[in-house]
Design a protein around this ligand. Structure first.
Ligand SMILES: [Zn+2]
Length: 200
């Protein structure tokens, strides 16, 4: 039987045509963020001179039902896993940008991810009373001196300030590890400012 990949939307859920049991694989779903071990989907098989091998597998996420592709050679998952925790009670525009920041990370667009994270940090500072039009470092200082950074966060503040304070004429390509730190810092601030106060 020929393997083929087709799915359609039925109300709120996706229906897969001809999906079957495939070798189970643990992954973090880039759509719903859950750690799952899907075992249904489709294999993409290549063959030369009668020898065939699986190039990639399209998995059906057992939780949100979206398709996640795993490539055997590069060991890459598309979409990749988002980084940073989910935060409750975010204002809509901040929630949208924070999600975009995490999605850029999942798609290995680290420079874009950090640009959004820094924009959000500046926006938060202004929302919490900082003047407009300051440098990035000044906004981080503002958050620090107004008690938004947890005690012992001095090293974090220095790191975020120096990594983000790039002059406008410079182009600096950002890497994965630094991006993870910036998102961690941002998510902690969002947690402290938006999620925790609203829990009371
Ligand atoms: Zn999912």
């Amino acid at each position: 039987m020929k393997d083929y990949f087709q799915y359609y939307r039925d109300g709120s859920s996706l229906k897969y045509v001809g999906a079957h049991t495939v070798k189970s694989f643990p992954l973090a779903c880039g759509y719903c963020g859950k750690s799952v071990a899907p075992n249904t989907g489709y294999e993409i098989v290549d063959s030369v001179d009668g020898i065939s091998w699986t190039v990639a597998t399209i998995y059906e996420c057992p939780f949100c039902k979206n398709p996640v592709i795993y490539f055997n050679n590069s060991k890459e998952t598309i979409p990749g896993a988002k980084y940073g925790r989910e935060i409750k009670n975010l204002p809509e525009n901040i929630a949208t940008l924070y999600d975009e920041c995490r999605t850029c990370y999942a798609n290995q667009c680290y420079t874009s991810s950090q640009m959004i994270a820094r924009t959000l940090l500046m926006h938060i500072a202004v929302e919490q009373g900082a003047e407009e039009g300051l440098s990035f470092a000044k906004y981080v200082d503002y958050l620090d001196s107004n008690g938004y950074i947890p005690p012992n966060g001095k090293q974090w503040v220095d790191f975020i300030r120096t990594s983000g304070n790039v002059a406008n004429h410079e182009i600096v390509i950002k890497e994965k590890e630094e991006t993870e730190k910036v998102i961690s810092f941002l998510s902690t601030l969002l947690l402290v400012i938006y999620e925790l106060p609203n829990m009371l």
